[in-house]
Ligand binder design. Structure first.
Ligand SMILES: O=C(CO)COP(=O)(O)O
Length: 136
């Protein structure tokens, strides 16, 4: 099977949590294609040496670029540590990205606990497993 493509995105106050999570699961993440929004992707690449394809920063359209990957069936999971305590100028984009995960049945983890469960799931990592895609 091909490599899984995973998106890594975090709001500013959540970036340390995402970075710690990435370091914890680096052995699995090394085997995946990684993409991310601009600042998150840059941070992860610099701090871990992982290769991350970087899109625009979230407020400049990065969330929407990742949403486009979902609409094109090019993303296997989204790890999106969004900030529930601070308003984002691009909140509509954040909501749209999360919405597309539901539209296209893409696994999305918004907290380290859920992210742990997704990334360690034998089902998720199985070459035979593909989430059912809706037939619109
Ligand atoms: O704003 C974001 C997600 O909504 C993330 O963007 P950055 O990774 O550029 O900070």
């Amino acid at each position: 099977m091909g490599k899984l493509t995973l998106a890594l995105v975090a709001h500013d106050h959540k970036k340390p949590e995402l970075l710690a999570w990435v370091k914890q699961h680096i052995d699995v993440l090394k085997q995946c294609n990684l993409v991310g929004t601009g600042t998150t992707g840059g941070l992860i690449a610099n701090e871990t040496g992982l290769e991350v394809t970087r899109y625009k920063s979230g407020p400049l359209g990065g969330d929407q670029q990742i949403g486009a990957l979902i609409a094109e069936n090019k993303l296997d999971a989204l790890f999106f540590f969004w900030d529930p305590l601070n308003p984002a100028p691009h909140d509509p984009d954040v909501k749209a990205l999360l919405r597309l995960c539901s539209v296209w049945n893409v696994p999305v983890a918004c907290t380290p606990a859920t992210a742990d469960l997704v990334i360690t799931s034998p089902l998720f990592l199985s070459p035979d497993y593909k989430p059912v895609k809706p037939n619109f």
